[in-house]
Structures are given as C-alpha cells and as structure tokens.
Design a protein around this ligand. Structure first.
Ligand SMILES: [Ca+2]
Ligand SMILES: [Ca+2]
Ligand SMILES: [Ca+2]
Ligand SMILES: [Ca+2]
Ligand SMILES: [Zn+2]
Length: 455
C-alpha cells in the first residue's frame, strides 16, 4: 500500500476561460450535518464530500454547497466521457431533488482546532476529521474542501493534497479553496478535486507506470489529468491516462484505477448490493480470541465477501462467514460486518456489541446474552472404590455464572452441579466426557476419560 501525500502545484495561474467544467447545482439538503448521513443512498464504496472550516473562519457552506454539488456532477460527467463504462460513485442521500448530484451527502464540519499552514494543513485535516468526526470508513474516500487560508504566498501554490488509505486511516483528498483560483471561478477546482481523488485512490504508481514521474504523476502528456503541475483549460480538456498505459485501463500488471471498487461499473450485469449478513453471533475463548460469525449474504451475481470492522475501524475482508479477532478479556467493542460484491456494492452493516469473556451487551454495557462458554474441565482424577468409580475435577469458570456439568457416559447424559461423580463400574462401557455448562446453556470444552482408566 502506498502512503503518498501529494500536492498539485499551480505554476501558471489559470486564467478563467469561457468553458466551465463545473456549473453550480441547487443542493437539496434539508439539514446541516457534520456527519456522514446513513444509510447511504448509493450503497457501495463511495466518495464522501466534506466542506470543512477551522474554528472562527466564516462559514460559507450555503454558498459552497451548490458549487460542490456541481463539482461532483462535473467529475462524474467527465469520467464517463473518458470511459463510458465507469463513473466514480459519490455518497448520495435521498433528499427530495430534481437532480442526482443535488442529493450529494455533503457534510459541513467545523474542525475542533486550527490546521496550521500548508505544511501541516493536510495531515491535520485528515487527523481531525478521522479521529474526532468519525470520517474513517474504509469503504469511503473523503473529498474535503477546506475553506480557510493556508498561508501560501508566491507563484507556486499547492492546490490540493491527497493520501491513500492505511491502517485505521481512510483515503483523503483535500482541495484548498484559498489556492489556485478555486474560489474565484469554477474551472480549476474540479480538476484539482479529480486529480487529488485519483491520488487518494492510489494512482499513479510512478515506479511501475512507464510515464510515471515526480512521485505519483505522469510526464508524457501535458493534457493528462495527472501531470504534476496544473495548466490552463477546463476539466474537459484533460485526459484520463493519455495512451491508457500508466494508471487507467492499461495492459500492465500493476494497479489499475479502472478496477477500483469506488467506480460504478456501468457495463456490469451486477446491479444490486448483497443482502445484509444475518444472525450475527459472537463468542470468545479463555485466551481472548473472539469468533464473530454470521449467515451468508445473497447477491444478484456474486461472489460476496465480508468486511469486518471493530469500533468503526476496518479489520479485514474475508470470503468465509466468520472472522477471528483478538481482544482483552473484559474489553467491550462493537463488531460490525457488511457484505461486498465484486463490483463494489455494499450491504448495510450489522453490528453486535460484545464484552470478551462475557457475552453480548447493550449500549450501556449491560449483559444481554451470555454467549461465552465456561472454561474447559481439567484435572480429572479417577478413583475406583469397590464396585464404583469416582471422578473428581477442577472447578470450571464462567464470566457470568456456571450452572453445572454435563456428563456423558456412553449414550447416557447426566447433569451434576458438583465437581464429583460416582458411577457403577459395571455401567461404564465407554469413555466418559465431562463439560461445564453455564446458566445460558453454553457448553465448555469437554474432558474425556478413556475407558482404560475407568475399569
Ligand atoms: Ca452517507
Ligand atoms: Ca499514459
Ligand atoms: Ca451484486
Ligand atoms: Ca458464559
Ligand atoms: Zn498530484
């Protein structure tokens, strides 16, 4: 995984032209939200757009919302002009609206602290939005428009910056609205946004791409969207991988942005998101290994994989319908899973809150259901007394409460509440197994006493 942090530098200040790549679009949002509204209308890996300001900065959200909706529409239209079979999937919300991009799920965030100048702005914005505002879904890439000064002076300006996803931190693309004419007109800004978005999605792999240069850019064509410096002209004059040989729809073996799950596959027969994984269950063993499982999802085409998160942080994607995680005994977390199909559509997540060693708990931490079996039965001692055989063993433990022991002697099953059992030797015709049972009926690992020790 690459950890690029890249800036798009403007050398010659773009002069506003007649051609407008982005036309402001009435935004139909009916509320102001600092969060990612749920559920997403566009169920899949998607681009979530955020308008962000630091404390004390003028809030121009009302003025900016239509321009940002216009950018999303422009980027989508441009992408389809470059590849009729793909379009970036934006996070939409079902606001009543006459246009698709008027329903953009746009968040307005007042950051909790300043972000410093251009040297620290990107990493601070990403940190604050991820850590404090919860913008850390692994299935989202965040496109942030930062509306405050970044202290840039001189001829060279950083128009935007981006970084790919890494453990616990989502992919981010930031457009600095104080730079590169992004505020003055609507021509340059969607170019910056699309360029940074492509960086956030992992392109360009400059070590593999034949025309790769300047860390994450291409140098073969000045009209390519992914050049390191920005030139005059609208988004329509830009090309998505000139020659299709570096980062998009290429024949090489390195990462190809065309395969990104953040892109809607307009040429695919797969149209529907998978069903929500059902019946989630969760348990743990005495070492703190948590086993989280669910019933498989269905999909119109398939195959389906499952994305597991803990406390909102992506953990892993699996093909099977269970996952193993490590937890401290007594620690409480929310475990979630959602199904993903092969074209990047996602089910809603299903979650359980679980205290390792104890069971499923509610929001306040109170036990709802004991799902954790007692500890194994150990130290079984066998004594033969005349016609009887007496078994004793160490007391098993349970996080909630033990009910007793289940003893199997051949086909017979007995229950006892004590750590002692006395049986007629003549009735023992096979091995005896002993397991602890808790009050919820969970059965712990059994100890087996072979017949040769009993006769
Ligand atoms: Ca949303
Ligand atoms: Ca190329
Ligand atoms: Ca599907
Ligand atoms: Ca238990
Ligand atoms: Zn760049």
């Amino acid at each position: 995984m690459k950890r690029l942090v890249l800036g798009l530098v403007l050398l010659a200040l773009a002069t506003p032209a007649d051609a407008h790549a982005s036309t402001p679009l009435p935004w139909c949002g009916t509320d102001i939200s600092a969060l990612d509204r749920a559920p997403d209308a566009s169920a899949g890996f998607s681009v979530h757009v955020i308008y962000a300001i630091p404390p004390g900065a003028p809030d121009r959200f009302g003025e900016w919302a239509p321009r940002l909706a216009g950018d999303a529409a422009a980027i989508e239209a441009w992408w389809r002009s470059q590849d009729a079979a793909r379009a970036p999937r934006f996070d939409l919300h079902p606001f009543p609206c006459a246009s698709v991009f008027g329903t953009l799920d746009l968040s307005r965030v007042q950051l909790s602290a300043g972000v410093g100048d251009i040297r620290s702005a990107f990493s601070t914005i990403r940190l604050l939005l991820g850590r404090e505002q919860g913008f850390r879904q692994s299935e989202k890439v965040y496109l942030v428009y930062y509306d405050a000064p970044t202290g840039q002076i001189g001829r060279e300006r950083v128009c935007g910056q981006a970084a790919t996803e890494r453990a616990g931190v989502s992919a981010f693309a930031v457009v600095f609205l104080d730079s590169c004419g992004s505020d003055d007109a609507d021509e340059v800004r969607p170019i910056v946004a699309a360029h940074e978005l492509i960086h956030a999605l992992g392109a360009v792999d400059a070590t593999a791409a034949p025309n790769g240069c300047s860390g994450g850019h291409v140098c073969d064509s000045t009209s390519d969207l992914m050049t390191a410096t920005l030139r005059d002209g609208p988004l329509e004059s830009r090309v998505l991988d000139s020659g299709r040989n570096d980062y998009y729809g290429h024949a090489g073996s390195w990462d190809d942005l065309q395969d990104s799950r953040f892109l809607e596959r307009l040429d695919s027969a797969d149209r529907v998101a998978p069903s929500v994984p059902a019946a989630p269950t969760i348990t743990s063993d005495r070492f703190g290994t948590v086993r989280f499982s669910w019933s498989p999802s269905t999909d119109d085409v398939g195959p389906v994989s499952y994305r597991v998160s803990r406390d909102g942080i992506f953990f892993e994607e699996v093909e099977r319908s269970s996952a193993l995680l490590e937890a401290l005994l007594g620690s409480t977390s929310t475990y979630s899973v959602r199904a993903a199909d092969a074209v990047g559509r996602l089910s809603a997540p299903v979650s359980v809150r679980f205290t390792a060693g104890l069971g499923i708990v509610d929001a306040s931490g109170l036990l709802v259901r004991d799902t954790v079996p007692p500890t194994p039965v150990t130290k079984v001692a066998v004594r033969k007394l005349g016609t009887r055989v007496v078994l004793t063993w160490a007391r098993a433990l349970d996080g909630v409460g033990l009910s007793g022991y289940r003893v199997r002697i051949g086909a017979r099953t007995l229950s006892t509440s004590r750590e002692r059992l006395s049986v007629q030797r003549s009735r023992v015709t096979g091995p005896i197994t002993i397991a602890a049972v808790d009050r919820a009926g969970n059965v712990g690992p059994a100890a087996t006493v072979p017949l040769r020790r009993l006769r």
